[in-house]
Design a protein around this ligand. Sequence first.
Ligand code: GTP
Ligand code: MG
Length: 404
Amino acid sequence: MLEKTDIKLERAVLIGVITKDQDELQAREYLDELEFLTFTAGGEVVKRFKQKMEAPHPKTFIGTGKLQEVLNFIKENEIDTAIFDDELSAAQERNISKILECKVLDRTNLILDIFAQRAQTSYARTQVELAQCEYLLPRLKGMWTHLERQRGGIGMRGPGEREIETDRRIVRDRITLLKDKLKVIDKQQAIQRGNRGHLVRVALVGYTNVGKSTLMNVISNSEVFVEDKLFATLDTTVRKVVIGNLPFLVSDTVGFIRKLPTQLIESFKSTLDEVREADLLLHVVDISHHNFEEQIASVRKILNEIDSGQKPTIMVFNKIDAYEPVPFDEDDLIAVKTKDNYTLEEWKKTWMNKIGDDAIFISALNKENLESFKHRVYDEVRDIHVTRFPYNDFLYPDYIEEEE
Ligand SMILES: Nc1nc2c(ncn2[C@@H]2O[C@H](COP(=O)(O)OP(=O)(O)OP(=O)(O)O)[C@@H](O)[C@H]2O)c(=O)[nH]1
Ligand SMILES: [Mg+2]
């Protein structure tokens, strides 16, 4: 269960559409994720609304009848916010706000808001503000104006409140300014990356909350912030790691998510440069997550979008300690075994078997199987290293297993 804090949480309802190529279970999982996002942003989900539709309604996302049902619930239960599980168009957002009489947020708002809350450095803050401005610009006209006053809270941090009544031009100027600011920092960072010299670069990538930072901490003895919420990491951390006596660089970076707002990919471009310039990717997967295969697909999609889909990649299946198959009764003649019933051993015989050596199963938390993980990474890094710096090879004799 999610931990609850004493702070009064904003009360929210979630609204999702079940399209014909989704089943109930998948729809539930999408809303589970939206609930986790809401919780991370500081909200509490009071109720979920789902509607089966061919495709979202172009004007109101869900049907007007359903929207009326939501409105009644909102009135009766003092709901502050309605959160939609997709990006709403400017027109949809306007129409819905008029009907619902409460704050209307979409998935993109929510993710942007979490990023805004979590951005620590001025660099990350600039990147987030740029994404917020890009999101805001096409939605400026008429947004929120029917509401008397905004009370702040989720989705209201950042440029929203201040600039809504003013001209689009101001937002455009702000975008230009932020882009210029980022350009300067980008240049500095590119130089810094260049200065790192002749070391092989490895990047931890993966869906949010899979344990990238935890793994980073155990392999580099560092203390990167870890939390059981989404997007704990926004800024990239780079550490020098030594296995055997082979030094290389490992970077831990922002996690990915299904439907990551395009504005964010764009403005986090240079954070993602770390991935783009890596020699080897460690794609970390939370195998205990029911939807891990879909998470892998989302991550691959984003990797392709940033031209990194073809890089050498080791799949690191993490959290094996938490993996639990749904028990399957072999004597039950009717029941059909599904993936939910697979044991870890059965999983290993699926497509995972085909990637052979490039699949490693660990628990970063319990430090299970870390030696073979290190071995595998060592071999790969060493291969890259000797191809790149052939005369340096003698410095790095083969890695001999250490006592744990
Ligand atoms: N059971 C279990 N939990 C783990 C393991 N590794 C990490 N966790 C937990 O998973 C949660 C997320 O871990 P992080 O290391 O912050 O994950 P991350 O991938 O860096 O997440 P973001 O930075 O938010 O993208 C934390 O509560 C960790 O303690 C593991 O091997 N087993
Ligand atoms: Mg992290």
